[in-house]
Write a protein that binds this ligand. Structure first.
Ligand SMILES: [Fe+2]
Length: 345
């Protein structure tokens, strides 16, 4: 296909990149074949890039509001998950047909990484936490599986497992789930049963894959045996559960909850880099960290000293400590370890 050079002010959402653009530090700002959206175009303008090479496929240009469609579909999916969980809480069976419809609509978007990461970062309703969390975990698990090169059938099943991972919570009293203070031992013991409740809710669905059931049952098990409900270790934990665990922790920590403020993605990356050893699966954690970090290059951030800046380079060995441009100077967070990224803007 023909490549054409377009001035930055004529670039519109939906155009496809015909070249990879790097910043001065070798960080990829946008890679070849990426479909541009408003977020990337703003990034390119911020970096004073005046023209770019795009593919001339005018008749095939994806509709400019594709990101908005993604968001609209995301909201519909959250509503469907809400309905399915409501069914469980009133004693009905899991409506697998509806879950398959949601998982198909998520899977269709598997190559729209930026929309996925953007959606997960921006749509954070405290009220709808449980339902949005299920969709987010599913989307993140899908990306991790893609980065681990799973085949599409396995990815589709993992997406369903992600949607259903906390389904057992529908059988636990709202008073315990939404309690603001600390939980008593009995209350925490009850919460710890949700993977088993979830497994029981799905195990007899005709044709359901064993992988989905085990992904739900084991998503709180940890590599060192410190998890629940059984405390199994390492290789005994199903790979679906290991992926859901990483997606679950990332989304839970970066979400606002009624009882605490959310952490920035970079604070969570730091926790994953420093404290996940032995607890989370290293292959899954590495696939997640090394791939997701690229989506934050060019993003505007606020540091914990109040300064505003832009992420210009992320060292794969120190994902939580990027190089940040503040005004005309650069702050390397691997050197200034007291400075952290407090917030994405
Ligand atoms: Fe859970």
């Amino acid at each position: 296909m023909r490549k054409i050079i377009v001035g930055i002010n004529s670039v519109v959402s939906g155009m496809k990149m015909a070249e990879t653009i790097f910043n001065d530090y070798g960080g990829i700002i946008v890679s070849e074949t990426t479909i541009l959206d408003e977020h990337i175009i703003r990034k390119l303008k911020n970096l004073d890039i005046t023209k770019i090479k795009v593919l001339d496929e005018s008749e095939e240009i994806i509709h400019a509001s594709d990101s908005e469609l993604f968001r609209a579909q995301y909201n519909v999916n959250v509503e469907v998950v809400k309905d399915v969980l409501h069914d469980i809480s009133v004693g009905r069976n899991v409506n697998m047909h509806r879950i398959e419809m949601v998982s198909d609509s998520l899977f269709e978007r598997i190559n729209e990484n930026r929309d996925i990461v953007g959606c997960i970062n921006q749509i954070r309703s405290v009220d709808d936490y449980t339902f949005a969390h299920s969709v987010n975990v599913s989307l993140l698990a899908m990306l991790i599986a893609k980065w681990l090169r799973f085949d599409s059938q396995k990815i589709r099943e993992l997406v369903q497992a992600g949607l259903l991972h906390d389904i057992g919570k529908a059988r636990i009293s709202e008073d315990i789930l939404n309690k603001k203070g600390s939980l008593s031992k009995e209350e925490f013991d009850e919460i710890k049963k949700h993977p088993v409740y979830g497994y029981r809710a799905v195990e007899n669905i005709p044709g359901i894959s064993k992988d989905i059931c085990l992904g739900i049952l084991m998503h709180h098990e940890r590599n060192d045996g410190s998890g629940y409900p059984v405390g199994i270790k390492g290789d005994k934990i199903h790979e679906f559960a290991k992926i859901i665990a990483v997606a679950d922790i990332y989304d839970a920590m970066t979400s606002n909850r009624s009882y605490r403020e959310r952490e920035s993605p970079f604070e969570v990356f730091e926790i994953f880099e420093n404290n996940s050893f032995g607890v989370l699966d290293p292959v899954v954690t590495n696939a997640f960290l090394s791939n997701i970090a690229a989506y934050y290059i060019g993003d505007l951030i606020q540091l914990n000293n109040g300064m505003l800046g832009e992420i210009v380079y992320i060292n794969p060995m120190h994902i939580s400590q990027p190089l940040v441009k503040v005004g005309d100077s650069y702050i390397d967070l691997t050197v200034h370890t007291d400075i952290k990224i407090a917030e994405l803007i």
